[in-house]
Design a protein. Sequence first.
Length: 97
Amino acid sequence: MLAHLGGIVLGFIAPLVVWIMYKDRDEFVKDQSQEALNFQITLAIGWVVAVVLSFVAIGFLLYPVLWIGGLILSIMGGMAANRGERYRYPFALRLIS
């Protein structure tokens, strides 16, 4: 749960720390921190694209979508992890496996 919700404030740092610390201890925590890390990396890529597109005045439209989408999906992931369910983020690139 900390990996999902920590991403709201700390970006990819919180899931990265949880993944590094617990990847050899608990399979569920490893899976969920890995999923949260992949989502935060995907979100960071989205922010970079939005900033680049801001130079042609399109990227500003992506800012609220990325912010609200990241917030809602991270909360949904945290709630699912709290219930003991595995959560898969839609649209997340699976870069860390």
